[in-house]
Design a protein. Structure first.
Length: 324
């Protein structure tokens, strides 16, 4: 599996180099097998083999976005929406109004909706066609493109802020995307990128069972240090970073622990999304106990997240880059 011939057959999704090393195997929620490898040239970690079109269509089906009005059940959705509003307030402090904000992978557009409520912001969103884009299209004043970010979508220096909230790792052309961002952010503007921390303790402990590995949707990972290096080369400087994240990190620990015990990955996560077809093989008692584990141990894992973040080893990281 780690022969020279095997290494030469694999191309890094970030830099296209063919020299890499095997880290560990993983399996997605549909039973497809992959390996996780690290490029020896740029040090990006990537999924191999690349998922097929059919696998991606399955992974991004309506069950991923939520088949109803929202992605999660009503209680969880309210919590998620609170964090969207919080992110909007953070961005507004970095870029006071008036200003233009682009959210790449804007989902249902609620973050941009909250930006509109904080002042005179022109809001732009990019989202792949599907349920999430349909929801975003209903938000008044949001200029939405359904598809991918292309080099000629916007003029040079058009935006004051560009955000990618757990989207970067989904991109099939990440290097080109950073180059486009560099072009369309004005000097003094910011790029706000949040992503899984492949150098986290959770990543090291759980390997292929880690929730935030999320195959086949997460195609690659740059470590915080590596992302900073890539952005520095483009003319950005790191303005802030944050490793403590109660929205993502404690649940990442909880679900990853459950993944070690269960024969299917991410069962609790899919249960909270109402994905009944995926969880139907588990009894109501089993699902109740998983949900009970989630609710009763969450405060404990908030504390462990705080400790991990002190070491810059939190499961996710938020990084703010300012263009020189």
């Amino acid at each position: 599996m780690s022969t020279t011939a095997d290494n030469m057959a694999c191309s890094c999704i970030y830099c296209n180099a063919r020299q890499n090393r095997l880290l560990y195997p993983t399996r997605d929620m549909y039973g497809n097998n992959f390996t996780v490898r690290q490029c020896r040239q740029c040090e990006a970690v990537f999924l191999w083999p690349p998922p097929t079109t059919k696998q991606l269509e399955q992974a991004y089906s309506e069950t991923y976005y939520g088949e109803q009005e929202h992605k999660f059940n009503s209680l969880v959705e309210r919590v998620v929406d609170y964090f969207r509003s919080r992110r909007a307030k953070i961005i507004s402090r970095w870029v006071p109004p008036p200003g233009r904000v682009l959210d790449i992978g804007c989902g249902n557009g609620r973050f941009l909706h909250y930006m509109q409520g904080l002042g005179n912001y022109e809001t732009y969103g990019i989202e792949l066609p599907g349920k999430a884009a349909e929801r975003a299209a209903q938000i008044n004043g949001l200029i939405l493109k359904q598809g991918k970010l292309e080099p000629n979508d916007f003029s040079e220096g058009f935006f004051d802020a560009i955000t990618l909230f757990h989207v970067f790792e989904h991109l099939d052309q990440p290097r080109q995307t950073l180059q486009i961002i560099n072009k369309i952010v004005k000097p003094g503007g910011i790029a706000y990128i949040s992503l899984p921390n492949i150098d986290s303790l959770q990543s090291k402990w759980f390997k292929g069972k880690w929730l935030h590995l999320d195959p086949p949707r997460h195609l690659f990972f740059l470590s915080p240090k590596n992302l900073q290096h890539q952005m520095n080369q483009l003319g950005f400087e790191l303005a802030a970073e944050r490793y403590f994240n109660p929205e993502y990190n404690p649940f990442g620990m909880q679900q990853s622990l459950l993944n070690l015990l269960l024969n299917k990955r991410d069962v609790l996560f899919e249960y909270l999304k109402g994905h009944d077809n995926y969880t139907k093989e588990y009894s109501p008692l089993n699902l109740f106990l998983q949900n009970l584990f989630f609710k009763t141990t969450f405060p404990l894992f908030v504390l462990t997240d705080a400790l991990e973040s002190l070491l810059k080893k939190g499961a996710t990281v938020e990084m703010v880059f300012r263009k020189k």
